[in-house]
Design a protein around this ligand. Structure first.
Ligand code: ADP
Length: 790
């Protein structure tokens, strides 16, 4: 190349072979490019001055080494740009600012040696090769470089996007390359290389390569920047949210940091009066919380845990005073009858008074619903000055219902026992565990064993709730339990119980309870004066018979409450009104009667017997029907009978077979007849062996066509040999018979001791006949003696 240029040498100026030279530090100027820069070195300022005398021409050339202060020929590149000085602006700090415009490439041919005033040189113009027509290859290269440049601008945001317009104006490779090279921001040595490349196409290619590298670096750089920015953004977001949270907390007046809250908690813990061990553990939790960042979820978990622990009555108890006569008074005030129950309770209280430390059995009140178990427990609490809290255990299947969930679970809570204690606010309440026989037991754990821990005096002084996670002393709590069915209480629990049975009420008892307790209570509840509403005695009887059929008095109370509500409307409309409720206008208040007279047969009938059943809601009449038809000895049993009852029916048939002759029944009846045994109200499941005697009687009646007395009822299990075995629930069963107006009840002899429990009122109006054999039963129940077969 140099040879070529040598040949075409054309000096810048014929008159002045030497033109001033400005050594540029880190700057390369291209032809066609205007540039403004400051000049400070005295030699350079002098060169500029001299250029003014030479048509403002000056040769701008880059210095190889930026650190050289007074460069000579060897310190400069040989190729630079011949430029015209457009403007010189003097600046106060002795420097000048110049605006120059590059005209064409030039090359230093010679330079005066030695210490000159300013740099000057003999410079040859390097002509630009201009091709007239742009070849497709050049065009392609140009287009490619243009897109590269656009991309470069996109990535390098510090240069103006307007420069793209200039790119479009450049119509040949050389100009385009120079324009872009002048306007992009890269290393001066690379720029120098582009300046020295005289072939326009090669220059463009070189530029393209540089751009490519540069773009790669830039995109990487941007990625790094973006990442850094994202991180900053995230930090900012966190910061912003935290600030917002604080603002919300401020608004709500919860502006304490965990550390501040921990301090407050520490104080409360020290004042709570809890045992040392528990106190230390909670203080440790405070320390843990204090170290947590504000707004942390864990801190709030600990806070609510501490709050719950502190809300426990560690040190507060109510003063118990056991005064037997006062206790009796309160129980009598609230409850009619229940003499035995009250006696038993007073006995327990007396023992407790004599020996407060003795951990006696736990009282369990067993009886059908609505007989006053819960309400008598309430009275006991009042009588001895303890807080009353009821925990319903019906349907509790999960151990953690009793013992709580560990606090690490989301939404965990203490169990029902600890919750009840919190609610009580004292550590010695009377805690009624209601419906202990309804505890479930499945894969989720055994709540009854958890309950054992609660009730066992050896264990309950250090009761561990999973949530509280600290021992809490339950030994001062007075536990009372209730159940409908004692046999359904889990055996280990039952062992610890002192069972007190509350039986069904007689009609008379219900009548008295209604008059003395339920009506005054409901009147008061509904804000009605006893002068405004009067319920006649016969109306109460009518309600008991026609609208309720229950062992307790809950339904009765509901009916009375309904009468009060209906009356309230009338009283509001007319405050002077006096309402009399009588059997005649009862339907106005309660609608049509729900129950007719006990659906007891009024007539002696063949194949129909009055059995007696016992359920957890009390005793009931259980009529049994038997029909005998010509057939082939099929036995049909209907009416939702359980397995035991079915077996009992078959036993009864076999028993009759063994004594068919003496009963006047043809001995082949079992193969000539079909026997159908049915217990009406077929949808209600029935089971148990106690209807055996009744079924045998009905079968005999059906086979002999001798009617059964309608005013006789019976209960008793039957054996193959016709013995009558004892049954359970005698009290409830006889009560049902009494309600139904039965005159005679046949009971197994072995049940005679149980008659003691039967209500005197029942005993007064019902005759009890103890039986040992089925023959005795048939003797009484059948209206006629069967004639034995010859
Ligand atoms: P339980 O707990 O046995 O199911 P409750 O104690 O809830 O029954 O009693 C139901 C309602 O009947 C309560 O309002 C209660 O006061 C009342 N009650 C039950 N028995 C008597 C009674 N002997 N004397 C007065 N009220 C009674």
């Amino acid at each position: 190349m140099s040879n070529e240029t040598q040949k075409e040498v054309e000096l810048v100026s014929a008159e002045h072979p030497l033109i001033p030279v400005l050594a540029l530090r880190g700057l390369v100027v291209f032809p066609g490019m205007s540039l403004q820069f400051d000049v400070a070195r005295p030699k350079s300022i002098l060169a500029l001055k001299n250029s003014m005398d030479q048509e403002q021409k000056i040769f701008l050339v880059a210095q190889k080494d930026l650190t050289v202060n007074d460069p000579g020929k060897d310190d400069l590149y040989s190729i630079g740009v011949i430029a015209k000085v457009r403007q010189v602006i003097r600046r106060s700090d002795e420097g000048i600012r110049v605006i120059v415009e590059g005209i064409s490439r030039g090359k230093i041919i010679s330079m005066p040696e030695g210490n000159t005033e300013y740099l000057s040189a003999e410079v040859a113009i390097l002509p630009t090769k201009v091709t007239k027509k742009v070849t497709p290859r050049q065009e392609a290269q140009m287009r490619y470089v243009r897109t590269q440049f656009e991309e470069y601008i996109r990535n390098y945001t510090q240069i103006s996007p307007d420069l793209v317009i200039g790119v479009l104006e450049k119509k040949n490779c050389g100009d385009l390359a120079d324009y872009i090279a002048a306007n992009i921001n890269f290393d001066y040595e690379q720029k120098q290389q582009l300046l020295e490349e005289l072939s326009p196409f090669s220059r463009l290619q070189k530029l393209s390569r540089i751009l490519k590298d540069e773009i790669r670096v830039l995109t990487l750089e941007n990625k790094i920047q973006e990442k850094a920015k994202e991180q900053i953004d995230e930090n900012q977001r966190d910061y912003y949210l935290r600030e917002q949270m604080r603002a919300i907390a401020d608004e709500l007046g919860e502006d304490d940091t965990p550390a501040e809250e921990a301090d407050q908690m520490r104080k409360r813990i020290q004042e709570a009066g809890m045992p040392k061990e528990q106190q230390e553990k909670l203080l440790k939790e405070c320390d843990r919380m204090a170290k947590m960042p504000e707004g942390s979820h864990e801190a709030s978990v600990i806070l609510s845990y501490l709050d719950t622990c502190l809300s426990l009555p560690w040190n507060s108890s109510s003063k118990e005073h056991i005064d037997l006569s006062k206790a009796k008074k309160i129980m009598d005030r609230d409850h009619y009858g229940l003499t035995k129950v009250k006696e038993r309770i007073l006995e327990s209280l007396a023992v407790k008074k004599l020996n407060p430390k003795m951990q006696g059995q736990i009282i369990c009140l067993v009886g059908p619903p609505g007989v006053g178990k819960t309400s008598i427990a309430h009275s006991i609490a009042e009588a001895i000055g303890r807080k009353y809290i009821r925990v319903s255990l019906g349907g509790v299947r999960d151990e953690s219902d009793i013992m709580g969930h560990r606090k690490t679970y989301i939404g965990s809570m203490p169990g029902r026992i600890i919750n009840a204690i919190r609610q009580a606010g004292v550590n010695n309440p009377l805690l009624l565990l209601d419906e202990i026989d309804k505890l479930g037991n499945d894969f989720r754990g055994d709540p009854s064993s958890a309950l054992l821990e609660v009730l066992d005096p050896d264990q309950n002084s250090t009761f561990y709730d999973h949530y509280i996670d600290l021992p809490f002393d339950l030994s001062h709590v007075l536990f009372l339990t209730t159940a409908n069915d004692a046999s359904a209480i889990p055996a280990p629990l039952y062992d610890r119980m002192d069972v007190i049975t509350l039986g069904s009420y007689t009609h008379q008892e219900k009548f008295h309870i209604a008059g003395k307790h339920l009506i005054p209570k409901q009147l008061k509840k509904n804000g009605i004066n006893s002068d405004q509403l009067k319920i006649s005695a016969s109306a109460i009887h009518a309600i008991i018979d026609g609208y309720t059929r229950e062992a307790g008095v809950r339904g009765l109370e509901r009916m009375i409450s309904e009468i009060c509500r209906k009356s309230a409307i009338k009283i509001v409309k007319n405050s002077k009104i006096v309402i009399h409720v009588t059997p005649k206008n009862l339907e106005e208040f309660l609608g049509p009667k729900k129950f007719r007279e006990e659906n007891q047969n009024k007539k002696d009938q063949v194949g129909l017997v009055n059995g007696l059943a016992w359920t957890t809601v009390g005793g009931e009449m259980l009529p049994i029907e038997v029909a005998v038809m010509d057939g082939s000895g099929k036995i049909e049993l209907t009416g939702s009978l359980g397995d035991v009852m079915k077996e009992s029916a078959k036993t009864a048939i076999s028993c009759i077979r063994t004594r068919a002759k003496s009963l006047g029944i043809r001995t082949d009846f079992y193969s000539k007849y079909d026997i159908h045994i049915h217990a009406p109200e077929g949808a209600i499941p029935k089971d148990g062996p106690s209807a055996g005697a009744a079924m045998a009687t009905a079968i005999t009646s059906a086979l002999t066509s001798i009617p059964i007395r309608h005013d006789v009822a019976m209960t008793g299990e039957i054996t193959l040999l016709g013995r009558i075995l004892p049954i359970g629930g005698l009290k409830e069963k006889t009560m049902a018979a009494y309600r139904a107006g039965i005159k005679t009840v046949l009971i197994p002899s072995e049940n005679v001791p149980d008659l003691e429990e039967v209500d005197t009122e029942v005993k007064k109006s019902v005759q009890f006949l103890p039986v040992e054999e089925i023959d005795q039963v048939l003797n009484v129940a059948l209206t006629k003696k069967p004639v034995p077969l010859q």
